[in-house]
Design a protein around this ligand. Structure first.
Ligand code: COA
Length: 178
């Protein structure tokens, strides 16, 4: 478990399922990519299968083509699920280009409080643990201003800028190596 006073990364647990649903209700329609979340309108469909899916993702079972195994963590703020983190176990060409080692989000209610300054170092440390050390790559498109300014605040070993195919179009992307 990684802790830094306000935020904790935990393995998803049934005791926080209602809180995760609240996060999905708050944020499902306000993220540019919903892969970290679930459609709150379809809660009955996924409430039982969610944890099995997380387990399969970790074991690399029934993954979409070109997907690597990954581990999902929930970000706890007190007793509330404030965000979600997904850490890939390694990198393939697509992840080196745009996906990176880890994706993260905070629910809209928890944004704008500088929590990213705590969250991102926690994610970097956890990625090194999950991926067995080495460098951590995080990427961000130029138009994702909150994420870009948050990532720029964390000292990186190297930063690259490239044009890549992301979210259905060509766009400038930053690659941060921590
Ligand atoms: C990325 C994310 C975790 C950042 O969390 P946050 O709580 O907004 O972060 P902070 O409060 O620390 O703010 C980060 C920076 O963005 C700026 N910012 C926040 N919202 C902004 C907005 N709507 N417009 C412009 N700047 C904004 C803040 O001023 C801050 O910059 P500063 O430190 O120079 O003042 C959050 O916005 C999020 O979950 N976004 C959706 C998912 C996502 O994009 N994940 C990252 C994928 S690469």
């Amino acid at each position: 478990m990684e802790e830094n006073n306000l935020l904790t990364l935990i393995k998803p647990g049934k005791e926080y399922l209602e809180s995760f649903l609240t996060l999905c209700r708050e944020s499902f329609h306000s993220v540019h990519n919903t892969y970290l979340l679930r459609d709150p309108e379809r809660f009955e469909e996924w409430k039982n299968s969610l944890f099995i899916r997380y387990e399969k993702d970790e074991q690399g079972i029934e993954l979409p083509e070109n997907f690597l195994p990954s581990v999902t963590f929930w970000v706890l703020y007190g007793e509330e699920v404030a965000g979600v983190v997904n850490i890939r176990k390694g990198l393939n060409d697509a992840l080196k280009d745009y996906g990176g080692n880890a994706g993260f989000m905070l629910s809209s209610r928890f944004r704008g409080k500088k929590l990213s300054h705590i969250l991102i170092p926690l994610v970097i440390a956890k990625t090194k643990e999950v991926g067995a050390g080495g460098e951590v790559l995080m990427t961000c498109t130029d138009n994702n201003i909150p994420s870009l300014s948050a990532l720029k605040k964390i000292p990186a070993k190297k930063v690259e800028r490239a044009i890549t195919w992301a979210d259905g179009k060509y766009c400038p992307v930053h690659r941060f190596y921590f």
